[in-house]
Design a protein around this ligand. Structure first.
Ligand SMILES: Cc1ncc(COP(=O)(O)O)c(C=O)c1O
Length: 392
């Protein structure tokens, strides 16, 4: 039987951490898990109420049009006016199965086998793995501590000079670093991509989750040939609802619609209807309150880091992560995978090893998720401190 090489993507180290968390909990251990990239509070109350009403209502909730129900695309267009003062045509919006569905359709529509697509490293592993499975060549932009964890135009110039790039996937705020590309750099990157025929895919799924209360810059402000990808998963805490969207440039609209239709027919329809309630004032307020709790947790982690003896910390401007180099705190463990495992076994705290985000340098880094809020994160920090002093 044939087995495609496409499926041979690397497993995530965090999956074995999570499996061990489940085993320890089943054995009665008290474990604080700060691995997950999902808000613990879940969807806004108006969205939950809307879903309850839908479930007892008469609608059969069958397939929708591939691009998503019209009222949701209109509400999203209004959201772009509200957050970015941008006019977006609802027909340029494709509602998808999480932003993950948007990435697959956008990558397939924009890139051919063999195309070179640049990514920041460290970065979200699924971009690398999906692009590789699709036969694209992933080009790393080394955005580690020496580059303040941020990609820039000079890196693009160098990569493009080696062999032409077809695309760039840029996330701001980024996972795992929380790094935000400021408006000036975003505009410069957008202009560079447009001038060099490089398709920018802008991952904006952590917009609205920032330490300074800003929203984040939308790539469509400067480059309408970019694909903008976003989601209900993070700001609205709706990870399991599997609902995202993308802003599709004119030249990709037909392909994205045809591909998305063939891949998934449409995004989950009950979630699409309920998500209309994500745009009420109450929903924005509830989501913003969750963002404040991540900021409180971030403060706790940043204050604790000097005491923990950790090294360079990524800016953590946004999203809900802190990504830090362990430096001498790593010893006696060989790397962050072993360090995370020892931490879990001895004091019951689960973190994500940096190897999941950076196959080259991630062995000395960890990611802490702030999504559980300040109380849980504070309790974990006490345990991490105990673990580290035990080894000194
Ligand atoms: C940077 C980034 N992009 C995309 C996703 C996918 O999210 P979803 O498919 O739930 O919208 C994630 C999930 O953690 C992420 O961290």
């Amino acid at each position: 039987m044939t087995v495609s090489r496409r499926g041979q993507v690397p497993p995530f180290a965090v999956m074995s951490v999570l499996a061990r968390v489940a085993e320890l909990r089943a054995a009665g251990r008290d474990v604080v898990s700060l691995c997950a990239g999902e808000p613990s509070g879940g969807a806004p109350s108006d969205v939950r109420r809307a879903m309850t009403e839908l479930m007892s209502g008469p609608s059969p909730l069958g397939y929708s049009e591939t691009a998503g129900i019209r009222p949701l695309r209109e509400a999203l267009a209004e959201h772009y006016r509200r957050w970015y003062s941008l006019a977006v045509d609802p027909d340029a919006i494709a509602v998808t199965t999480g932003s993950s569905g948007a990435f697959t359709a956008a990558f397939l529509a924009a890139f051919d086998v063999g195309d070179r697509v640049a990514l920041a490293r460290p970065g979200y592993p699924a971009y690398r793995n999906v692009l590789t499975a699709l036969g694209c060549e992933v080009v790393d932009l080394d955005a580690g501590p020496a580059a303040r964890f941020s990609p820039d135009v000079a890196m693009l110039e160098r990569a493009h000079a080696r062999a032409p790039l077809a695309g760039l996937v840029l996330a701001s705020p980024a996972n795992p670093t929380g790094t935000m590309v400021d408006a000036e750099l975003l505009a410069a990157i957008g202009r560079w991509c447009a001038a060099h025929g490089v398709r920018l895919v802008s991952d904006e799924i952590y917009h609205g989750i920032t330490a300074d209360g800003s929203v984040g810059g939308c790539a469509w402000t400067t480059d309408r040939s970019a694909v903008v990808v976003s989601s209900f998963s993070k700001f609205w805490g709706m990870t399991g609802w599997r609902l995202g969207w993308c802003l599709v440039p004119d030249d990709l609209r037909g392909s994205v619609d045809a591909l998305a239709g063939n891949l998934a027919l449409c995004a989950p329809v009950p979630a699409q209807h309920a998500a209309l309630a994500a745009f009420t004032e109450r929903s924005y307020a509830e989501a913003s309150a969750a963002v404040e709790s991540y900021a409180d947790a971030r403060r706790l982690v940043l204050e604790a880091i000097p005491d923990l003896g950790w090294g360079a910390v990524a800016p953590a401007d946004g999203a809900f992560y802190v990504y830090a180099e362990l430096d001498e705190a790593l010893a006696p463990q060989a790397d962050s995978v072993a360090w995370c495992s020892a931490l879990l076994e001895s004091v019951g705290v689960a973190l994500t090893p940096g190897t999941d985000f950076d196959p080259v340098h991630g062995g000395s880094a960890v990611r802490i998720s702030l999504a559980a809020g300040p109380e849980t994160v504070g309790a974990a920090l006490v345990r991490i401190h105990r673990f580290q002093t035990g080894f000194r």
